[in-house]
Design a protein around this ligand. Structure first.
Ligand code: KIV
Ligand code: ZN
Length: 537
């Protein structure tokens, strides 16, 4: 467990991947995945986990409660739940976090002219609501955070009043959001510096923690967040990989690595174990089905790749020539050939532990079995290969249906055809065949004929884990039910990209079934009755 240290130079890392990130289109998670991510965020060393929006649904409330109980230990992070400035939300938030050793209620109200118009209240009425909401939250929970939503477009005089009312009512943290990603670093710095200096009861020495929460609509979220830090803010609200509404939130890894790499400039520190960054990024990307763009700062596949000859020779002579941080700092290892086909289970387990994965029992057997077949097929098995195998084997949602076998025929001489065999949770086997526009389409159609969970495939992406013709392929998909905007992601890895594609689709389907409570759907076909569908959708 990370030992958290707090002094005046500590920037508190408030992670909202599970709330603002999960709220964004395409990022729906099941409660088991939320718990896994929360555990990893704790290992990463975040100070506060915003575990969700308790009033949103019973499921959200239960997921927050589990995180509060299992991750919100005394030496763990603070666990927060978001609440609108209304009594029912605040009480639900408290129900969510009350069992954490360090619970927090985070309540908010829009304060900009357009947000006040939307709710249909005047500024005076807004102040009254803030007073009511924060005092109620403070009567339940010792740690209360208040956010004047859309502060970026709120006039400064009213922001000062809103913050002063929140402090007087018991807020300990004042979080200033640029909800629509509108501000620029210079004006944001000046606005925050003015706010901190002028808000009664919240200046230096008051014990109030100032915070920022920036969205990335103009690509300035990280710059704006760091401008906040230089203005005196000591909490930043961020998400892994920058996931979040529209263009996303501020990315945790960018802010943390800026503070780390430019320590001499900022003179500030965080409690983050930076070597856990890459692992957390992959976990969130896999669970949410949100591919990280290759040129994404810090965690993109190309972030440490040097393509041009000049760069390569410079880095070989002296890494500092073109590298401002080492890949090891964020948990990327350079080691290429880690294990061969003669390596045993103990060597695999040890290497996985070095990579930060503790895997035992049946899961280890499965990964070992996959490793052996890969080592047979490939000359070199790299750390990236091992991580892909572990992700594929261990990051599966509850399996309502499991892939048994798949066979495809494709090419220029016939219609792409796929036959799949799936096993249900009760052990029954179902077989179906279908044709499609290509092998992946045919496979997905055959699965659809069995599983009967209508959905639209909204994203499909494939990339190879390492270079070379024998590389493992990683596939990420996102699907959504036809009548909903909730989307579900899935990840699969295999040296056969059709198999990887099917695994990813099965993972997304299982996730959708779990979250939407479709566990009792009646599958079609069985090992005795092989249904062949030839019509296209
Ligand atoms: O973007 C925003 O304003 C928010 C608040 C609820 C903090 O997410
Ligand atoms: Zn937000």
């Amino acid at each position: 467990m990370v030992e958290r240290v707090y002094d005046e130079n500590t920037v508190i890392i408030f992670d909202t991947t599970l709330r603002d990130g999960e709220q964004s289109p395409g990022c729906t998670l099941g409660s088991a995945e939320k718990l896994e991510i929360a555990r990893q965020l704790a290992r990463l060393g975040v100070d506060v986990i915003e575990a969700g929006f308790a009033a949103a649904s019973e499921d959200d409330l239960r997921a927050i409660q589990r995180i509060a109980r299992e991750v919100g230990t005394l030496d763990g992070p603070t666990i927060a739940s978001l609440a609108r400035a209304v009594e029912s939300d605040i009480r639900a938030a408290w129900e969510g976090v009350r069992d954490a050793a360090k619970p927090r209620i985070h309540t908010f109200l829009g304060t900009s002219p357009s947000h006040l118009r939307m709710v249909g209240i005047t500024e005076a009425e807004a102040l009254e609501r803030i007073r009511f909401a924060v005092s109620l939250a403070a009567s339940l929970c010792p740690d209360v955070e208040f956010s004047p939503m859309d502060a970026g477009r709120t006039r400064i005089e009213f922001l000062i009043e809103a913050c002063a009312v929140a402090v007087a009512a018991g807020a300990r943290t004042l979080n200033i959001p640029d909800t629509v990603g509108y501000v620029t670093p210079e004006e944001w710095h000046d606005k925050l510096a003015h706010l901190i200096a002028e808000t009664p009861g919240a200046g230096k020495g008051s014990g109030i923690v100032w915070s920022v929460h920036c969205h990335n609509d103009l690509g300035m979220a990280t710059a704006n967040t760091l401008a906040g830090v230089t203005a005196g803010v000591r909490q930043v609200e961020v998400t892994i990989n920058g996931v979040g509404e529209r263009a996303g939130n501020t990315s945790l890894e960018e802010v943390v690595m800026s503070l780390h790499t430019r320590q001499a400039y900022y003179g500030l520190r965080t409690n983050i174990d930076t070597t856990q960054i890459m692992k957390t990024s992959r976990m969130v990307s896999n669970y949410m089905g949100m591919v990280v763009q290759p040129n994404k700062a810090i965690v993109g596949a190309n972030a440490f790749a040097h393509e041009s000859g000049i760069h390569q020779s410079g880095v070989i002579k002296d890494a500092e020539t073109f590298e401002i941080m080492t890949p090891e700092t964020i948990g990327l290892t350079h080691s290429k050939l880690v294990l061969g086909k003669h390596s045993g289970r103990a060597a695999l387990k040890k290497r996985l532990e070095e990579l930060g994965y503790t895997i035992e029992g049946e899961e280890l057997n499965q990964v070992f079995y996959r490793f052996k077949s890969l080592a047979d097929a490939k000359k070199t098995v790299t750390d990236a290969d091992l991580e892909a195998l572990v992700n594929d084997e261990t990051r599966k949602p509850q399996e309502f249906f499991r892939l048994g076998d798949i066979q495809v025929t494709c090419g220029t001489m016939g219609m792409p055809t796929a036959t799949v065999r799936l096993t249900s949770a009760s052990g029954e086997t179902f077989v179906h065949a279908a044709i499609g526009t290509g092998p992946v389409d045919a496979s997905y159609r055959a699965i659809d004929q069995i599983v009967k969970a209508p959905n639209i495939l909204i994203e499909y992406s494939v990339h190879s884990v390492t270079e070379g013709i024998d590389a493992l392929g990683e596939v990420t998909v996102r699907i959504c039910p036809p009548d909903s905007t909730r989307t579900f992601g899935g990840y699969g890895a295999d040296s056969d990209i059709i198999v990887a594609s099917v695994k990813a689709y099965m993972a997304a389907l299982n996730r959708m079934i779990a979250v939407l409570g479709l566990g009792d759907i009646q599958p079609e076909g069985d090992s005795a009755t092989v249904g062949i569908r030839t019509q296209t959708k």
